[in-house]
Design a protein around this ligand. Structure first.
Ligand SMILES: *Cc1c(COP(=O)(O)O)cnc(C)c1O
Length: 373
C-alpha cells in the first residue's frame, strides 16, 4: 500500500506536479547550533575516535541522570540505570531479542510505531495489539487483555505523547500499567520520543516518575524529534537495572556502540538552554493550528494535539484510510499518511506531520480546502 502511494507520488512529480508531502515525521529545521558546535569540538577530540564503550561515556550517563532529575524528578543511577542506544528504533528492536522467545507475547499499542510489531515478529514471538481508540482517549483498555495473553506476555510497548494519535497520557494510566506489569511480570517499555515536544503549556511526564516504575520498566528516551537530531542516532535506555543489563549483554554481541562524539553532542543537547526547544514548539503549534483550522473547514472532526509533531484525524464518511489518502493526492497533490499504516486500529484515520516549512504547510492546507470541499 505504501509502495503504491510512493509510486503515485513519483509519477506525479515526473509529470511536473508540485507534490507536498505531509507524510514523514522528520523535523525540517537544522539541529540547534550549540549541539552542532559541541559535535565539531568532540569530533576533533581523539578520545572519541576509538571504539565506543557500549556502557557509554561517563559524561553521557551523568548528563542523562542530571536531565532526568531536573526535568522529570526521577533519580537515575548513572552506573547501572542508563546506557546509550543508537536511536530508539535500535533499542526497541534489540529489546525484543533480549526478552522474547518464540511463543512469547509482546503487547503493542495499535496504531503504533511499526517496530513494536516488526520487532517481536522478527524475534519469532507474537505481537498482540492493544487498540488505541478515541472513545478511550487513545489509551489501551488494560482490563480487556485476555488472561492467557497476559500469561505469555513479556513486554508491553507504550508511547506518550503518542505517535500517531497525538494523545497525551491521562492521569493515573501509568500507575495502572505498573500494577499490571507487577502482577503479570511484564517489562514495560515506554518509548519517550516526544516528551519535549508539547504545546499549550502541557508538560509531559516520564513513565519512570510513576511510583514503582523502575521495578517493572524502562524508558527509551530519543533526542531525534525534540532536539532535531533524527540523523544523529542518539538515544538512551533508562530505568530497571536488570533490564538495562540484559539489553547491554545482547547489544555487545551485535553493535559496537554509539559514536562518542555523538554522545558528547547529546550531552550538550541535554545540558543546553530550553529556549530553542520552546521556539521550535511554537513553530509546530502554529503549523498545527493551520492544519486543524483547515481540516475543520472541510468538515473533518479533529482534536488539536497537545504533543508530538502529528495531527491525527478521522477520514470523511465513505472513505477508507487509503482511499482518502489517494483522493487527497489526486485532487490536492498532498501526501498524507493512511492511518492503517500504523496498525489495524489506525484504519479510518489519517496522519499529517507538522515537519514541513510553514509556507508549504499553508500551501498544502489551502489546496486541501480548495479541492476537497
Ligand atoms: C520517531 C520515533 C522514534 C524514532 O526514534 P529514533 O531515536 O530516531 O530511532 C521512536 N518512537 C517513536 C514513537 C517515534 O515516533
Amino acid at each position: 500500500m505504501f509502495a503504491e502511494l510512493s509510486r503515485r507520488v513519483a509519477e506525479k512529480r515526473s509529470q511536473g506536479i508540485d507534490v507536498i508531502s505531509l507524510g514523514i515525521g522528520d523535523p525540517d529545521r537544522p539541529t540547534f547550533d550549540y549541539v552542532v558546535e559541541a559535535m565539531r569540538a568532540a569530533v576533533a577530540n581523539p578520545s572519541t575516535h576509538q571504539y565506543p564503550s557500549n556502557r557509554g561515556r561517563e559524561e553521557f550517563r551523568d548528563a542523562f541522570a542530571r536531565f532526568y532529575r531536573d526535568r522529570f524528578g526521577v533519580q537515575i543511577d548513572p552506573e547501572r540505570e542508563v546506557i546509550p542506544a543508537i536511536g530508539a528504533k535500535e533499542c526497541i528492536y534489540n529489546l525484543c531479542f533480549a526478552f522474547l522467545d518464540p511463543g512469547d507475547v509482546a503487547l503493542a499499542a495499535d496504531p503504533g510505531y511499526p517496530v513494536y510489531t516488526a520487532g517481536p515478529a522478527l524475534a519469532g514471538a507474537q505481537a498482540v495489539p492493544l487498540p488505541l481508540v478515541p472513545e478511550l482517549n487513545f489509551v489501551p483498555d488494560l482490563d480487556a487483555i485476555g488472561e492467557q495473553t497476559l500469561e505469555r506476555a513479556r513486554l508491553i510497548f507504550l508511547n506518550y505523547p503518542n505517535n500517531p494519535t497525538g494523545a497525551v497520557v491521562p492521569q493515573g494510566f501509568f500507575d495502572r500499567v505498573v500494577e499490571l506489569a507487577r502482577e503479570h511480570q511484564i517489562l514495560v517499555v515506554h518509548d519517550n520520543a516526544y516528551s519535549e515536544t508539547t504545546y499549550d503549556g502541557y508538560v509531559a511526564p516520564s513513565f519512570l516518575a510513576t511510583p514503582g516504575a523502575k521495578q517493572v520498566g524502562v524508558e527509551v528516551f530519543s533526542l531525534s524529534k525534540g532536539y532535531i537530531m533524527t540523523g544523529w542516532r542518539c538515544a538512551a535506555i533508562l530505568g530497571n537495572a536488570e533490564a538495562v543489563d540484559s539489553y547491554w549483554r545482547l547489544k555487545t554481541n551485535i553493535d559496537s556502540g554509539l559514536h562518542e562524539a555523538v554522545q558528547l553532542a547529546g550531552v550538550a543537547a541535554l545540558d543546553g538552554p530550553r529556549e530553542p526547544l520552546e521556539q521550535m514548539n511554537e513553530i509546530y503549534a502554529r503549523r498545527r493550528d493551520l492544519v486543524v483550522t483547515a481540516l475543520r473547514e472541510i468538515g473533518v472532526q479533529v482534536n488539536s494535539p497537545r504533543g508530538t509533531i502529528y495531527v491525527w484525524a478521522p477520514v470523511p464518511e465513505g472513505h477508507t484510510s487509503t482511499s482518502f489518502a489517494e483522493l487527497v493526492l489526486d485532487r490536492a497533490a498532498v501526501v498524507i499518511s493512511p492511518g492503517s499504516m500504523y496498525g489495524d486500529n489506525g484504519e479510518g484515520f489519517f496522519r499529517i506531520s507538522l515537519t514541513t516549512p510553514d509556507e508549504r504547510i499553508a500551501e498544502a492546507v489551502g489546496r486541501m480546502r480548495d479541492h476537497l470541499t
